[in-house]
Ligand binder design. Sequence first.
Ligand code: NAD
Ligand code: GLY
Length: 368
Amino acid sequence: MKTLKLDLAEKSYPIYIGQGLLSKSELITKHITSKQVMIVTNTTVAPLYLNQVKGLLSDYTVSEVILSDGEEYKTLDTVNHIFTALLEQRFDRSCTLIALGGGVVGDMTGFAAASYQRGVNFIQIPTTLLSQVDSSVGGKTGVNHNLGKNMIGAFYQPKCVVIDVDTLDTLDDRQYSAGMAEVIKYGLLGNVDFLHYLQNNIDDLMARDKTMMIEVVHQSCEDKANIVTKDEFEAGKRALLNLGHTFGHAIENTLGYGVYLHGEAISVGMLMAAKLSQLEGYLTNENVDQVKHLLENSNLPISINGKISTSNFMKSMAVDKKVIDGNIRLILLKKLGDAFICDDYQEELLGKVVADFCTTKKLKRTLF
Ligand code: NAD
Ligand code: GLY
């Protein structure tokens, strides 16, 4: 097992990464502070892993909330089910919420933990590649609103993150690829050596070589932890983690949540960011092709397959947390492995990239 520390003074916490961790009760129990434990999961993950996790907690009073599965259920209404269960069962302020599932379950459980009685103990057990390399680490929690993705939420750090890569055995290929998008993001935004490693080993990674998966999850969490440690509340550098996200959120929002998986939307979004970076004179055509090939080799989409008008796309981009005083700030690439926050790009070049992607019909594979 590898252990990383996300260093945030008194809010610091360990990230455990390895195989077979869902049979090691002490990893979880040492972060639980009273007898009351609520596991929040969903209808897909519950039959796979709920009993295993409950089995680790025989000394506790364990309840569960099983949510509907899907990005479209990442709403305040769904979080309210968690509050109702906690209140009905008289959970007090010393209780612990455990998120068992992907990023949707993790974000909602974290938000419930941040708000219930103004904050209770919270543990992340992420079970998708995306949640293991990104969403379970760093304390962003929240829900979607019809008018914008992740627009309601809180920064709230877990007490620990337990990443058992064996849980990925049951994850389907499409979801695995979606997670690879966030992995590639770390290479593109700040770690060129990691980017080269991914380019050189993508076939083994897509074949799910376990040793490599552990390496990749570890490197991704380390890169994220390094950024979050320096900028927990996204006053600056943490925004780099949103590479491709302003574009990607607009794809998710305009096509409807759940049509493109989050990681798939981020894949297209990162390519759009690379293309704009090239038009702005930072990247070469060859660099953009390198990004495209790595995404394609990860079985990720590189174009928008669905009807979105350019104007709707632009409107949707304007409803984003990176927008300040009406200006859309974008994360662009100075070079591969070196992202920066840009608010002085040329509007017409952004318009060109959006128009090009909104009208492209080519896809490596069919998503629908
Ligand atoms: P998800 O939570 O919807 O999970 C994907 C699917 O896989 C679901 O159907 C889920 O039930 C299923 N699943 C989960 N674990 C499984 C397993 N081990 N075996 C089989 N099926 C399994 O999606 P996701 O990609 O994990 O997360 C996406 C969400 O994360 C989005 O809402 C996004 O906004 C959010 N996110 C948050 C952050 C953050 O910093 N908080 C970062 C990135 C993404
Ligand atoms: N996923 C972006 C962040 O955690 O900041």
